[in-house]
Write a new protein. Structure first.
Length: 128
């Protein structure tokens, strides 16, 4: 089993969250990537769109399936990774770096504290 970066927060749906100053960067975990296989398309919201914690904000298509992405926190989308339009496979190769998806300006800061740390997420994945 791979280890997960300690500086991130995680959801039960396999999204991660990283602080970017006033915004939070969002992507999917290596575990999710391994489950999906080769990613061929990422469909994301636009800058300025509002997302709600636990609600669908986009999809990831792979050679195996189409999977929904769920917002780890509520807020306004302040950035979308433009590289994913032409190179969705960067999610496969570097899910925590070049493969990030969106940035969210949180409306409820307390939602971040509700997410799992790396140790809790590792246990969550092991139970699946």
């Amino acid at each position: 089993m791979s280890s997960f970066p300690a500086d991130l927060r995680y959801t039960a749906d396999h999204e991660w969250l990283r602080s970017q100053g006033t915004a939070w960067r969002v992507g999917i975990t290596q575990f999710a990537v391994d489950q999906l296989g080769d990613i061929t398309l990422v469909d994301l919201p636009g800058v300025g769109d509002l997302v709600t914690k636990g609600q669908r904000f986009g999809t990831v298509e792979s050679v195996k399936s189409v999977s929904d992405l769920y917002a780890p926190i509520s807020g306004k989308v302040t950035a979308v990774n433009p590289a994913l339009k032409d190179a969705p496979e960067s999610v496969n190769t570097t899910p925590y770096d070049a493969g990030w998806m969106i940035e969210i300006e949180a409306t409820e800061a307390s939602e971040v504290a509700e997410l799992m740390g790396a140790d809790a997420y590792t246990k969550h994945v092991a139970a699946q």
